[in-house]
Design a protein around this ligand. Sequence first.
Ligand code: NCD
Length: 361
Amino acid sequence: MRSLIDIVDFSVSEIDELLKVACDISENPGKYADSCRGKKLATLFFEPSTRTRLSFEAAMYELGGNVIGFSEASSSSASKGESIADTAKILSCYADIMAIRHPKEGAPYVAAVNASVPVINAGDGGHCHPTQTLADLLTIYRECGRLNDLTIGCCGDLKYGRTVHSLISAMGRYENIKVVLISPEELKLPKYVKYEVLDKYGMEYVETTSLEEVMPELDVLYMTRIQRERFDDPFVYERLKDSYILTPEKMAAAKPAMRVLHPLPRVNEISIKVDDDPRAAYFRQALNGKLMRMALILKLLREAEEGRQMERIVTADDVELICDNPRCISATEQELPHKFRLVDTTHGIYRCIYCEAKKKL
Ligand code: NCD
């Protein structure tokens, strides 16, 4: 079935349609109150979540549907060693659509290939988080009035922050976007996002370690948390955890129309003193997340009824390579075949079809 694994699975015009529906839901909630009557959403959360899981649940309830699921791996059969493929097949017998969050990169893709209902990626390791991007896009659209002609600063953990990877992928398809990448040296944006998104779309970008220096030029500041749970070495996390803290003093240098976004949860990267600044849009962004998830559930259930199939079955090339990313789903699912696709013929570069890790032949 048609699923949402990566934000680029949807075209710009499909995203425009979702934005339109989300705005309509916000203005006329009563019109949608029975749209999913008799339908069930399964939320499979193998990793902690507040906003994503509960906004999915609230979204389904507000559409008149029901929700089943689990909120931690320990309360599912994963703790007994069940594979993602089997869990996806089982849940397809119980629910009409499922949202899955997993610490292993590529797990939602494996679920989608094995499920017979639409699958939504609700975050996979440090890889991507397309529904957060839908929330981000609606927020930018509502707060700035446009999705073109923007200078967007992404600040914090750009290495492990999956929301940034998905946001940059999405923005690549809009006109005149400049990306300012603000991070410590150790947490720079992964090369695959640079080469395969920024370079591919010809997006203008700069990298810096100083938030203060770039503040005056930004239209959007996308703050992120340093992702403690993805660090192999806790001492490196301790050293980097306070790299950026947004304060009212720093906000003084920003444009009056600039907007601060954050996928949340925040730890200490935005002082609570910034919350009352009208430019702080992160709590409104959480509301937008629910609206976009409502629009998304409606779209995927409608397409499932029409029998629309998944377009993103990635064709693997005939090559014997092993993915050595320890966070890839292929590292834990024993019978999952390692599969790669050729992305750069000149240099013989392949990428794992699950986690996108690079391999050279
Ligand atoms: C983000 C995530 O899970 O990646 N949270 C969310 O879904 N709103 C950001 C984070 O955990 O830092």
